[in-house]
Design a binder for this molecule. Structure first.
Ligand code: BES
Ligand code: ZN
Ligand code: ZN
Length: 501
């Protein structure tokens, strides 16, 4: 999206203008200019409620004044801006993005000053607009043969502003980079599992690497066997589709040190294996690669913004299927780390894939680890569909991550992992660990299992089973993949200063 500058309303060359209406618009410095540009009736309509000032309410009104390009104005209700948060403004812009798609408006002008609220500057607004509207505008790609409506894109945004435009333009560009990366991650989640297999996920990563100059390594089944990656191989055993271990390296510093490892669960379909899911429980399990999508989306942002950081991304990709040869409860497997695992549940497959991926990330020099996975239904029971559950072995590291998540508005909540929990994970007559200690505390046992492979490396586990796939449309997007954690991971990498308490 191109971001352009306009100094006055008269200079507007688009057919749509977007204006924020606050409870007390008259306090905005430029309000009088706007009223004389649009016409006095606008104040009357605000008073009568024909133009709604309530937060998140949108009103579309034709423009009949002297500017020859402008045809309509979209008024965006902001309510009382004393209580307007960045999150709410982002969500409001998400709704604007949806409206823009509905209106097929691909170029428009936004009057920045009309959206200003106490702590939110015009630069911030430009970012939140590009990010929020870019996400709201997203549509799930489909395969309907009867639909011939041409797709629309957000081409250009013009900002009416009197402030220094260079900073505003940068901010707008960055916001749109974030939105596009989220949308690409969403599409990966939304792709059908017969179309996005582990090999396809690897192809996507290779393309990303070529686009941004990352180092890339893709391990195929024979190579995984050679290396002894018994975790991912066990899960893949019942499948006719090959697994892939995907590694991307972004080198933003002279030396390969202080490396942040991002590890994603890339289960392209989870039938539950021999611990088979119910026929309703299985639907939607194409999204079991949401962790992989989050990591790839974050890498796209990193590729665009090129922070002075080192990042290694590792994704374990496979589907979890059934065949005469599939792994099953009672099997004992040996993971890449050498640790053995007694299989108690073939549906607790993500942790096995992650075990090998985490070990591999460490081998590639990761000094910090964050794993992201649609790991348990338990996290949904505990926190619902709007909170990502987290575990950590390092509070200082986790605090830094929380700062990033507060900035992006992606809700993360830390859960406890106690020595008693770890003991349960290590309980087995036959092996070092078991992959399903019981029907209680699923989220903690699953994440805690991954923690068994990180040793002393500062580590955060993110269970996005509730947040990765929306069951209905929401402000920032449609039903389907949400691209959750793309923005937080990228913001974290950007800001992390390697100083922790
Ligand atoms: N992929 C699922 C978790 C999941 C559930 C993701 C709902 C998205 C929505 C995971 O592999 C799984 O099956 N977990 C089991 C673990 C149990 C068998 C120990 C679960 O949470 O029920
Ligand atoms: Zn499963
Ligand atoms: Zn799964």
């Amino acid at each position: 999206m191109i971001c352009k500058e306009k100094k006055t309303f008269d200079e507007i060359t688009t057919e749509l203008l977007i204006v924020g209406v606050q409870k007390n618009c008259e306090h905005i410095k430029g309000w009088k200019d706007f009223v004389s540009f649009y016409g006095e009736q606008v104040e009357k309509w605000i008073r009568s409620g024909d133009i709604e000032t309530e937060r998140k309410k949108l009103t579309r009104i034709p423009y009949v004044g002297s500017n020859q390009h402008l045809q309509r104005v979209l008024f965006v209700g902001l309510g009382d801006t004393k209580t307007l948060t960045r999150n709410e403004l982002r969500e409001t812009f998400g709704l604007v993005g949806k409206k823009l798609r509905e209106m097929k408006a691909d170029n428009f002008t936004l009057w920045l000053e009309s959206f200003t609220a106490a702590p939110i500057s015009e630069k911030d607004i430009a970012f939140l607009f590009a990010e929020g509207s870019g996400m709201g505008f997203y549509q799930v790609p489909h395969y309907k043969t009867t639909c011939n409506v041409p797709d629309v894109y957000l081409d250009e945004v013009h900002f009416v502003t009197k402030e220094d435009f260079e900073e505003i333009a940068e901010s707008c560009k960055l916001g749109y980079i974030y939105a596009e990366a989220v949308n690409e991650a969403r599409t990966l989640v939304n792709l059908p599992p017969n179309i996005l297999r582990a090999t396809d996920l690897a192809d996507y990563a290779v393309n990303l690497a070529h686009q941004y100059g990352f180092e890339v390594e893709i391990l195929n089944k024979a190579q995984l066997e050679e290396l002894g990656m018994g975790g991912i191989l066990a899960v893949n055993k019942g499948s006719t589709n090959e697994p892939r271990m995907i590694t991307l390296k972004y080198k933003g510093m002279e030396q390969w040190k202080n490396v942040i490892g991002l590890v994603g669960k890339g289960v392209t379909y989870d039938t539950g294996g021999y611990s088979i899911k119910s026929k309703t429980g299985m639907v939607g399990m194409k999204g079991d690669m949401g962790g992989a999508a989050a990591v790839l989306g974050a890498m796209k942002i990193i590729g665009e913004t090129k922070p002075k950081k080192n990042v290694v991304a590792v994704i374990g990709a496979t589907d979890n299927m059934i065949s005469g040869d599939a792994f099953k409860p009672d099997d004992v497997i040996t993971t890449y780390s050498g640790k053995t695992v007694e299989i108690k549940n073939a549906d607790a497959e993500g942790r096995l894939v992650l075990a090998d991926a985490v070990t591999y990330a460490k081998q590639h020099g990761a000094d910090y680890l964050i794993d992201v996975a649609t790991l348990t239904g338990g996290v949904i029971t505990a926190l619902g569909y709007d909170k990502t559950g987290a575990l950590t072995n390092h509070e200082g590291f986790f605090d830094k991550f929380m700062e990033a998540s507060i900035k992006t508005g992606e809700f993360v909540w830390g859960m406890p992992l106690t020595e008693r929990d770890k003991k349960r994970i290590r309980e087995s007559q036959l092996a070092d660990l078991n992959n399903s200690p019981g029907s209680d505390g699923h989220m903690i046992f699953a994440g805690g299992f991954v923690g068994e492979f990180v040793d002393n490396t500062p580590w955060i586990h993110l269970d996005i089973a509730g947040t990765s796939d929306a069951s209905k449309p929401y402000e920032l997007g449609p039903k389907g993949g949400t691209g959750v954690m793309v923005r937080t991971l990228a913001a974290f990498v950007e800001d992390f200063a390697f100083k922790m308490d």
